[in-house]
Write a protein that binds this ligand. Sequence first.
Ligand code: SF4
Length: 234
Amino acid sequence: MYNPIELSKKTEQIVVKDNLKKYYRFRPTRFYGGISTADTVGCNLRCKFCWSSNSVWNANNTGQFYTPDVVAEKLQSIADKKGYHQLRISGGEPTIGIQHLVELLEKIKSKYLFILETNGILLGFDEQFVDCLSYFENLHVRVCLKGADSEEFSFFTGANVGFEYQIKALQYLKEKQISFNIALVSVNTEKKQRLFQKLIELGLDRIMFEEEEIKLYPMVRKRLRNEGLLNVFE
Ligand code: SF4
């Protein structure tokens, strides 16, 4: 087991240098009806169903460093060529390296919507991080809960803590009136029901909610099989 906050710090030392951050690919994708995507390197979780491989598990040897200006320029240029109005970061955890992320958001023109796909760990750990995000009007945050409770979170990620940070992130986002939605990976109906009850108690039941589909790419299938978990997701 590992602590995701400690892993965030170790990962940041590898993938962030001043305001530069590592990325390994820039591409148009069909998600959200078409979105320009920058694939970053490094994550603070190790989800067993993750489709990323080297970008998460071998950050040292993956990608190159880019300034926020260059990332913003590449994202917006792909969007312009494809006629997209949405931008995002995928492939790893975009909240690692707050200075880089904030400077990148500052470079995004208001005609685009930036969708921040995150596991929410660092947002729940540091309320000031969420304060920084509240200044951006063309931002939507998608927090993906890795499990419906602490037990399922640890089962999926191998981390000793983290689920409560994810819930805290939702609370901070709501308090600061930032546009956001909740995604969930869970295979347990009872736990899901208890989570829905918890969200009602926290006043989060009116937030858009989606269940994330786990895509069983060959490499994901292999990892799940090695963990004895393939049948859980099939
Ligand atoms: S949080 Fe996302 S990028 Fe990180 S390990 Fe989990 S699925 Fe992969």
